[in-house]
Write a protein that binds this ligand. Structure first.
Ligand SMILES: *[C@@H]1O[C@H](CO)[C@@H](O)[C@H](O)[C@H]1NC(C)=O
Ligand SMILES: *[C@@H]1O[C@H](CO)[C@@H](O)[C@H](O)[C@H]1NC(C)=O
Ligand SMILES: *[C@@H]1O[C@H](CO)[C@@H](O)[C@H](O)[C@H]1NC(C)=O
Ligand SMILES: *[C@@H]1O[C@H](CO)[C@@H](O)[C@H](O)[C@H]1NC(C)=O
Ligand SMILES: *[C@@H]1O[C@H](CO)[C@@H](O)[C@H](O)[C@H]1NC(C)=O
Ligand SMILES: *[C@@H]1O[C@H](CO)[C@@H](O)[C@H](O)[C@H]1NC(C)=O
Ligand SMILES: *[C@@H]1O[C@H](CO)[C@@H](O)[C@H](O)[C@H]1NC(C)=O
Length: 792
């Protein structure tokens, strides 16, 4: 049907064209040797394909500038599919396309210079034709193709136009222009169809994702045929096993496969009625992954629907009409300046690392950058301690990965400029004091950004501010009521819980020598008290924020005692010094053992894991019984003693329920991505069920031995979505009789040595804990009962 319509239409068009043609000796279906057509004032048709779909001729690219191109006749904007001289348009006056007597089809500029030629030689009745497929061919008398435009594509492939080892698509330089741009699509030397950015100074591959090995992206390097083709129905198949389909799969749709000016590869379908194109497939749904889009010294940000560029701090745009030129420094850096670092969370600058190290403590990474005058920033990946010092700031992007941060080296500003002030207000300035894992802790295992005991972040501090005004007031009130006692040095407030003097703690920690770890609110040091007790002393380094945190921890934790909760022995507040003294827990945090892929620590055996699940449930059930919400349950906050009995640490985030105004809603999201319950983001009141959610995640991790945030399921960037999908899958599997899948799911380091019943019950609990609807989640005491029922 449609074909017939097209035929009728074509005949009609041909008729129109023929009747209006004056320049041509033949009709517009072919050119014979000796023909010569000159440019006119406007776009000029030279040939039309028999079906009418394609036209070739002089295409007006600017006033008095033309290219020899093939375009889609029925597209409103006459979309160009191929161009002979994209980088050298010819003059509108007196330029000619000639089919020379020697058989070459050539384009001559107004002064006779050959701008382009097919270089073919032929005699007799050779001709040039535009085929229905959009292929312009030069044929000899016998119909053999001497030359075809399909062999030298510009930025577009048409259906049935092969991608071979000799073809390369090169993007246009900007929207609506034909000039060659900086992106190319070709078979790389590893036989893989690749997208590359070829900038003025650098080149880099950005698709398939350079972070992965080819086979991880579903490609094969072994077939050296190097061939790919898009068929008429919209299906693309290549020898490297790249395969995709148009979303509107089917015959009779006109398609083009174009490497667009923005570096993305898209498949388009033409709506013949409207003359508009629609996208039916694209290589990179997230434009920020394309290299070079925002130029140097800039950041590509994901916003819903729209990606946008911005300059890094201290830089300004070079050309306000073209982001690809990037940004330059507003003021030059002088060699002997002092530097500090500005933290950009969830950000990466791809490439240009002058060194790479794993399991590196943050401060060593910083020092490596400070020690090298060429270092402009460094990337640091929480969790794995990966350190990437950078000599060039390029391919910057914010992305949905909370574990990768960039620390931008910025000159220390002495005077308080507005910029700096702004930075401080936003808590972005990272000073020497901001504490990160110490080397000792990092080496201990697959280290984590948040170490050991006292974990917090700028965000959590904000939350603490809100939470603890009430608690703080209560404490201040209490303390003020007993000034005479408080001033007597160390005083026993309740049995075991006491006030320490600064001198005493200085002595106990040997002048704060052995740092165990640290968070944004302060570093933690190991110490030994006079009575021989080992303690962890947390030194709060920011008085303003520290004071509130300090008091919250005091008021809430001081009266809590449970074997699965870290014991707080006391505190010190002399002048500006605020310190907390807590029990020293021998084996450090759970994440060190659970996510240790370097085999530094022994593998946690099944019985230990079940016992940890049980202990944490006991601790949380107790907290909830006391109307305390932890709000930051994660493996970093679960410490293990010599017997691997778990103790929950970090009560800095508690919120006291039903204590007057204490029940008010905390509206800010905090905690660590992957562990926080959905209600944080939804601004709903936070209840103990938020801890239940986080506990569910910890259970999953105990069973699988992999951090939940790295279970990213293909196609789902968001940790939360991956967790949701995993839970759905588990839900289905848990009701099946056949439980052989468990062997694959449970941590392989256990070599299959685990208790099936316990594993099933842990997963069942975990799945119910991570329900989105919190009323469906069980209470901690219910979880505890269930776990206790299977204790061996
Ligand atoms: C023809 O014009 C082009 C563009 O103006 C110029 O580059 C070229 O040198 C000229 N050729 C001759 C033979 O004058
Ligand atoms: C024709 O030959 C010229 C000169 O050798 C060369 O620059 C040009 O690329 C050739 N054209 C084609 C279409 O191969
Ligand atoms: C290599 O790719 C070509 C083209 O896709 C295909 O025809 C051929 O069978 C492949 N060869 C092997 C060994 O897979
Ligand atoms: C093509 O465009 C017309 C007019 O806008 C519209 O009515 C029709 O639904 C479109 N067809 C397709 C397949 O999108
Ligand atoms: C085609 O696209 C243009 C611009 O994108 C739009 O303004 C126009 O309404 C579209 N036409 C139809 C028929 O959809
Ligand atoms: C990286 O830096 C460390 C410490 O400065 C050095 O030992 C190592 O050799 C460097 N690695 C590379 C690949 O340059
Ligand atoms: C940086 O330099 C200092 C002093 O020169 C040196 O002690 C330190 O080890 C260096 N750090 C790194 C990571 O290279």
């Amino acid at each position: 049907m449609a074909t017939r319509n097209i035929c009728i239409f074509t005949t009609f068009i041909s008729f129109l064209l023929m009747s209006s043609s004056t320049a041509l000796a033949e009709d517009k279906n072919y050119l014979a040797r000796g023909s010569s057509i000159s440019t006119g004032d406007e776009t000029t048709t030279i040939l039309v394909s028999p079906n009418g779909a394609f036209t070739c001729g002089f295409y007006k690219v600017a006033t008095n500038a033309f290219t020899f191109s093939i375009w889609f006749s029925w597209a409103t904007d006459k979309t160009v599919a191929w161009t002979a001289n994209r980088d050298a348009p010819v003059n509108g006056k007196g330029s000619r396309l000639i089919f020379q007597k020697d058989g070459a089809l050539a384009l001559l500029d107004y002064n006779g210079t050959v701008v382009w030629s097919t270089n073919t030689t032929a005699s007799g009745s050779s001709r040039a034709m535009l085929l229905n497929s959009g292929d312009l061919v030069v044929m000899d008398t016998d119909g053999h193709h001497l030359w075809r435009s399909f062999n030298s594509p510009t930025d577009t492939l048409l259906p049935m136009q092969p991608m071979t080892r000799n073809t390369k698509l090169v993007s246009a330089s900007a929207r609506g222009l034909l000039y060659s741009g900086m992106y190319a699509f070709y078979f790389a030397s590893n036989n893989i169809l690749t997208l590359i950015y070829n900038g003025p100074e650098t080149s880099s591959i950005y698709w398939p994702d350079p972070f992965h090995l080819p086979w991880e992206t579903g490609r094969s390097t072994y077939n050296s045929t190097r061939y790919g083709i898009l068929d008429q129905t919209g299906r693309f198949v290549a020898s490297d096993q790249l395969e995709f389909e148009a979303s509107d799969l089917g015959d009779e749709i006109m398609r083009r496969f174009t490497l667009d000016y923005d570096g993305n590869l898209r498949l388009y379908s033409l709506n013949i009625t409207s003359g508009n194109w629609s996208i039916s497939w694209m290589a990179l749904p997230q434009l920020c992954k394309i290299h070079g889009l925002c130029g140097a010294n800039s950041l590509c940000r994901y916003r819903p629907e729209l990606e946008s560029c911005s300059c890094l701090e201290g830089f300004e745009m070079i050309d306000s009409s073209d982001w690809s030129k990037g940004c330059r420094r507003k003021t030059n850096i002088t060699p002997n300046q002092d530097f500090s670092f500005r933290k950009l969370t969830g950000t990466d600058l791809w490439g240009y690392d002058f060194n790479y190290s794993e399991l590196y403590p943050w401060w060593m990474c910083r020092d490596m950058c400070l020690n090298n005058t060429d270092c402009l920033a460094f990337g640091y990946r929480k969790g794995t301690g990966e350190c990437y010092p950078k000599v060039f700031l390029f391919n910057g992007r914010n992305f949905p990965d909370p574990y990768n941060d960039i620390y931008l080296r910025v000159p220390k500003v002495v005077s308080s400029s507005p910029e700096l002030a702004a930075g401080l207000i936003h808590g972005c300035e990272v000073t020497e004091k901001e504490a990160y894992p110490s080397s000792q802790m990092s080496v201990g295992g697959n280290s984590s950004f948040k170490f050991g005991y006292f974990i917090s972040s700028a965000l959590t501090l904000l939350v603490i501010e809100v939470t603890l005004i009430i608690v703080g007031c209560w404490i201040v009130y209490k303390l003020e009521r007993r000034p005479e006692i408080m001033d007597e040095g160390y005083v026993i407030i309740s049995s075991q819980f006491r006030r320490f003097s600064y001198d005493e703690l200085q002595k106990a920690t040997k002048c704060f020598q052995e740092e165990l770890g640290s968070g944004a609110s302060g570093a933690v040091y190991k110490g030994v008290l006079d009575d021989g007790r080992k303690v962890a002393v947390k030194k709060l380094n920011d008085v303003m924020q520290g004071e509130q945190e300090f008091r919250s921890e005091l008021s809430v934790i001081g009266r809590i005692y449970h074997m699965n909760l870290v014991r707080i022995w006391g505190f010190c507040d002399e002048r500006t010094q605020k310190l907390l003294v807590s029990e020293f827990v021998e084996n450090g945090s759970l994440d060190k053992f659970l996510f240790d892929y370097q085999d530094i620590n022994p593998v946690l055996q099944w019985s230990q894991r079940y016992n940890i699940a049980l202990g944490v449930a006991k601790g949380l059930a107790y907290l909830h019984h006391e109307w305390i919400i932890h709000c930051d349950v994660e493996p970093e906050n679960i410490l293990l003693d010599e017997e691997f009995e778990p103790k929950i640490a970090d009560f800095g985030l508690v919120k006291v329920l039903n204590r007057g105004a204490g029940a008010q809603v905390l509206s800010r999201v905090h905690g660590t991505r992957g562990y926080i319950a959905p209600e944080w983001a939804l601004n709903l009141p936070i209840t103990g069920k938020a801890d239940v959610y986080s506990y569910g995640i910890v259970l999953l991790e105990l069973v699988k031995g992999v951090r939940a945030s790295s279970w990213v399921i293909e196609g789902e960037e968001e940790v939360e979505m991956s967790i949701r999908s995993t839970a759905e899958i588990l839900k289905d599997k848990l009701v099946t009789k056949d439980q052989s899948w468990l062997l694959e799911f449970v941590d392989c380091r256990l070599d299959g040595e685990f208790n099936y019943l316990q594993a099933v019950i842990m997963l069942k609990i975990a799945v119910s804990c991570v329900e989105e609807e919190r009323s469906k989640r069980p209470s901690m005491s219910h979880v505890l009962e269930t776990l206790l029922s299977l204790v061996e």
